[in-house]
Every structure is written in structure tokens, then in C-alpha cells.
Design a protein around this ligand. Structure first.
Ligand SMILES: Cc1ncc(C[n+]2csc(CCOP(=O)(O)OP(=O)(O)O)c2C)c(N)n1
Length: 306
């Protein structure tokens, strides 16, 4: 663990203030942390989405490292190509250092639209770090559901009503999908646990081959939360076991942040407007609680404690 406290993080900043992400946006915190840990010798490959539109307003850029915006479908393929080009340039002595190649893509760009390119890169084992910042919907285009939207959440395309709880399906298990490709390192993270996240980014970058990180990224307009509450809500996701923090090293699942006393999921649900329609429906809350209980069992989180 290279970082024991947040004070150990590099002071250098490669993701500047002046980006136009919302106040309280998780993705801005993730971009800042990732570039801090990765350092100057890094290339960011960014799929279409909030991060792209909000950090690259012509003629400005928030990026202090080389950055490329690619189409939604092919961010992992573009990263593979950059890696192959640098491998060749290092071999030929044109450059002496191989950069970190890091993809940043939303859940729409990962769980749905960019899945085939991601699968190809993971299966080939190209040495890239793919980071999905998961705000649990297509936020940039106005909050449409994705394959990573959780059960019961309101979005504009999963509206709750008499016959609908909101989103009708559960989230895709992106880590499970990534791990099934035989990669050596995958991890979950979120912005309320920055030290845990920083150490995972470092570990992923130092692991040969393809690595994958799944970051829960609060979205204040999409989750219907106050801008001041995004860290609190991200912490509640972990404390309720809806977002356990773990890593998968060579196929072995290891919990990195233990939660001996769990909170009931209602605490997470009632903190967000996107679940407002569910909080007085005990049968729906029970379904989400059962989902969290399974995760708690898998990752060794403790019992619910008042
Ligand atoms: C192939 C394609 N389909 C749709 C769009 C329109 N589009 C641009 S951004 C976006 C939402 C992206 O969602 P996500 O990947 O979850 O990232 P977020 O906006 O939440 O950051 C969509 C649908 C597009 N640019 N390209």
C-alpha cells in the first residue's frame, strides 16, 4: 500500500479546476484522483459522456496530460491501439518510456455501448487500465436508464408508476464480467473512500495486462441529491453493502473496506430523490435489502445494526 494517508498522495494536479462538471460530481473527483496517482506520463482515453463534454470545451481543456476523446463504442479499442503504438515505439527506441494508458468511460459507455471493445481488450490482455465511472444512468443526455441502473431507480426511461417500480432490472455485474476474461486485477471503488481508491489505481497500473476498475460515481441531478451530499451518499452505498469495496487479484475476491456494522438500505434509498417513490413500499425495499444482504454475505460485511 503506497498511500497510508491522503497526505501521501502526489501534490501534482493533472486535472484542473475550471472543468464544467456539476458541483458534487463524483466523476470530477475520480478524474482528479486518477491523474494524480498515474502522474504525468499518462494518456487518458475518454468515451463520450459527461466527463468528455464538461472537460473539453473548445478552446479550453481541464486535462494536464494527453487526452483523446473517442466514440462511445470504441474507447477500449482506441486504448489498445495506443498501447500497441507505444510498445512499437519503445521497441524501436523512438521513445524510452511506455505511458499509462487509462480509459475513463461512463456506465452507458461501458455496461452497454462499449462492451464489445472492452471485452476484446480484456480478452487480449492489452496493458491498459479501464475505469468505469458509474453514475448509474446515461446522465449527459438527460438521465436515461443503462444496464447499470439499480433496481427501483427512477430515470426518465424507467419512470415509476402503478405498474412499475422504476428500473425493473438489477445492475449488470461489471466486475464479474471483467473477471470472467481472466484478467489479473479488478476492483470496485467510490469517492467516499479515496485512499482505498488511490491504492487500487496504483495497483491496477502496476499489474501487467488489462485491468478494470468500477467506480461508483454520485450524480447530483440524476440521483436527485443535494450537491453537498454526494460523498455522504457514496459512503452510505458502502455502509449498506449495496457497493462493497473489494478487489479481485488473480480471480480471488478480497474485501478491502470492512463494514462490521451494516446500515439498512432504507438509509441509502431515502437519501436520494431517485428512490423517493419506493421508501413507503416495504415490499420493494425488502427486495433491495435482500440484494444487499447477498452482497454482505459474499464480502463478509457484518449484520445490520441499529
Ligand atoms: C453511439 C452513440 N449513441 C448515443 C450517443 C449520445 N450520447 C452522448 S453522451 C450519452 C450518455 C453517456 O452516458 P454514460 O456513458 O453513462 O456517461 P455519462 O453521460 O453518465 O457521464 C449519450 C447517449 C452518442 N454520442 N453516440
Amino acid at each position: 500500500m503506497p498511500y497510508k494517508t491522503l497526505k501521501d498522495l502526489p501534490l501534482e494536479e493533472y486535472f484542473g479546476p475550471g472543468h464544467r462538471l456539476c458541483q458534487g460530481c463524483g466523476a470530477g473527483i475520480i478524474a482528479r484522483l486518477v491523474t494524480k496517482v498515474a502522474g504525468a506520463n499518462t494518456i487518458i482515453v475518454n468515451a463520450t459522456g459527461c466527463v468528455e463534454v464538461s472537460t473539453t470545451f473548445y478552446p479550453d481543456t481541464a486535462w494536464g496530460v494527453p487526452y483523446i476523446h473517442v466514440a462511445f463504442e470504441n474507447s477500449a479499442a482506441a486504448a489498445s491501439g495506443i498501447r500497441a503504438a507505444y510498445n512499437a515505439m519503445v521497441r524501436k527506441g523512438i521513445v524510452d518510456k511506455n505511458p499509462n494508458v487509462i480509459v475513463l468511460a461512463g456506465d452507458g459507455g461501458t455496461a452497454d455501448i462499449g462492451m464489445q471493445a472492452l471485452s476484446g481488450a480484456l480478452e487480449r490482455g492489452d496493458h491498459i487500465l479501464y475505469i468505469c465511472y458509474d453514475n448509474e444512468a446515461y446522465m449527459n443526455t438527460g438521465i436515461q436508464r443503462s444496464g447499470a441502473t439499480p433496481y427501483g431507480a427512477w430515470t426518465t426511461t424507467s419512470p415509476p408508476g402503478k405498474l412499475s417500480p422504476g428500473q425493473k432490472t438489477t445492475k449488470k455485474d461489471l466486475i464479474g464480467i471483467a473477471v470472467s476474461h481472466g484478467i489479473k486485477y479488478a476492483a470496485t471503488a467510490t469517492v467516499a473512500y479515496l485512499l482505498d481508491a488511490a491504492n487500487k489505481i496504483e495497483k491496477a497500473l502496476n499489474t501487467p495486462g488489462a485491468t478494470f476498475m468500477h467506480f461508483l460515481s454520485p450524480c447530483t441531478p440524476g440521483w436527485r441529491i443535494d450537491t453537498a451530499n454526494s460523498i455522504k451518499v457514496s459512503r452510505l452505498a458502502v455502509q449498506t453493502a449495496l457497493w462493497p469495496l473489494y478487489e479481485v487479484v488473480d480471480g480471488e475476491y478480497i474485501t478491502t473496506v470492512k463494514v462490521p456494522k451494516r446500515l439498512p438500505v432504507i438509509e441509502y434509498l431515502k437519501a436520494q430523490g431517485r428512490f423517493r417513490h419506493l421508501v413507503n413500499k416495504p415490499e420493494e425495499v425488502a427486495k433491495i435489502q435482500a440484494y444487499a444482504d447477498k452482497l454482505a454475505e459474499k464480502f463478509g460485511y457484518g449484520p445490520i445494526s441499529p
